[in-house]
Design a binder for this molecule. Structure first.
Ligand SMILES: *Cc1c(COP(=O)(O)O)cnc(C)c1O
Length: 452
């Protein structure tokens, strides 16, 4: 299978190349050039373990990775999860279930993709001998998960930008207390969007990109999206047969990566009823689905910081489908958006999506209410999913992080502070971070200085 850029001005590439590139050379995002129909495999996939399902799904896309190697690297990727089922489902009541995605090494769903991505990179370096430089921006969880996935990998050097003071102290410790030689956590002044903007510019500098073998771990990377599609598929197969086609997935969303990964399965024939895009007070996506206007506002730091995002990078992938694959039109929309900070769609209608938004005042109340009603503790991102649900509908909520990752919110909810031994183990370790300006020039200089 080949992969093409949403912007239509870069040649098609193999799976490994699309993963290594991250962002396509024309500034677009990679998508498969055709979609397999997975419905004929579903009966074989019933009751498969998570790693087996992941392998079977990836085999359809990663045709340039040797089958046994793929099987091994997938198996290894899910060997550090603390729950046997990897992504267990918990039932809160008849029509309301939770898919727990926080049993990986850094206690957030991003481990699903980044453990695998780290192993795919390693496989590729083994094959072609070319070292890779990983550059990413994080609002907290991506950085921690990327670092955990890439720690100590031969031939990989990792640079992760994060907004100083705007990630939780625990997230910061997950990034800075690794004691690894190949990892550089870079603190910038500004927001996640500032970091992401600088990075996008560096990725468009193709000379530099080739020189240092730059790759991206943000959810612009295709491997992340496909790795996340797997848990939707796994969850769908765990549902009772009569629930499968009428359950809506509710997805706490910032960059539109997670929810897009689920939606992609509908392109492969999986009958999913719909997706609910659950945002925090940074509601650019909620406003888009309500009004058809995609318009930026300033980032407002919230109690669910991993979704404090305005520019939802993966929206470009959905847009590609909305525009019927018309890359020229897509380039026009993106150019207008980048110039004016907004774009109004005349007829914005995508079947299968609803949306909601939760402000900071409501969050602790929702957490308390969920605890009182179901005896279940949610983290602040997952809490966003509970807004305005229709009690006559069936929902599966994606729990994106373990509550112990965001301890500061629980006092506001009059609940005891949750803990986790994984996180407590970090407190004894030495922390290391570097300060750089959120300026492409300064970041490039730092990278060159710190590569061997
Ligand atoms: C990253 C993250 C999100 C948002 O995911 P997107 O892919 O950006 O939509 C939600 N919750 C948590 C806990 C996260 O770490």
């Amino acid at each position: 299978m080949r992969f093409v850029s949403t912007r239509g001005q870069a040649g098609s590439v193999s799976f490994s190349e699309a993963v290594a590139q991250g962002l396509a050379p024309d500034g677009g995002l990679y998508l498969p050039d055709e979609f397999p129909d997975i419905t004929s495999y579903l009966s074989d996939w019933e009751n498969m373990s998570y790693p087996d399902l992941c392998f079977s799904f990836f085999r359809l896309f990663a045709s340039d990775i040797e089958e046994n190697n793929l099987r091994e690297l997938v198996k290894d990727s899910y060997s550090r999860f603390s729950h046997q089922e990897i992504a267990p489902i918990v039932s809160l009541k008849k029509n309301l279930k939770i898919l727990e995605l926080f049993h990986g090494p850094t206690l957030a769903f991003k481990d699903f993709a980044l453990q695998l991505l780290g192993n795919i990179y390693e496989e590729q370096i083994k094959k072609n001998g070319k070292p890779l430089t990983i550059l990413g921006a994080t609002s907290g969880d991506t950085g921690a998960a990327a670092i955990a996935g890439l720690l100590g990998k031969k031939g990989v050097t990792v640079f992760i930008l994060f907004p100083d003071g705007k990630v939780s102290p625990l997230q910061e410790r997950q990034m800075t207390c690794t004691e690894a030689d190949n990892v550089y956590p870079l603190a910038i002044e500004g927001t996640f969007d500032d970091a992401q903007r600088a990075i996008k510019e560096i990725f468009s500098d193709l000379e530099f990109k080739n020189k240092v073998g730059l790759s991206a771990v943000n959810s612009i990377n295709l491997a992340r999206i496909l790795a996340q599609s797997v848990y939707y598929l796994f969850a769908w197969l765990q549902l009772e047969k009569h629930e499968r086609e009428n359950t809506t997935f509710v997805v706490p969303t910032g960059n539109f990566g997670n929810v897009f990964a689920g939606w992609l399965l509908t392109k492969m024939g999986l009958p999913i009823k719909g997706f609910r895009v659950a945002t925090n007070q940074n509601d650019v996506l909620h406003r888009l689905f309500q009004s058809g206007e995609y318009s930026l506002e300033n980032v407002s730091p919230s109690l669910a910081p991993s979704m404090d995002i305005q520019v939802a990078s993966n929206f470009e992938r959905l847009l590609y489908f909305i525009l019927g694959g018309d890359s020229k039109k897509l380039r026009q929309v993106m150019a207008t958006f980048s110039e004016k900070g907004k774009y109004s769609f005349e007829h914005f209608k995508v079947d299968g999506f609803t949306s909601s938004s939760v402000c900071d005042e409501e969050l602790p109340q929702i957490i308390k209410q969920v605890m009182d009603e179901y005896g279940y503790l949610v983290d602040p991102h997952t809490a966003c999913a509970f807004k305005d649900l229709d009690s006559s509908e069936k929902y599966l909520i994606l729990a994106t992080a373990h509550p112990a990752k965001f301890p500061s919110v629980y006092q506001k909810a009059s609940l005891p502070t949750p803990t986790s031994t994984t996180l407590e183990e970090l407190s004894g370790k030495k922390s290391k971070k570097y300060f750089v300006d959120a300026d492409p020039e300064a970041i490039r200089a730092f990278i060159e200085e710190h590569l061997d």
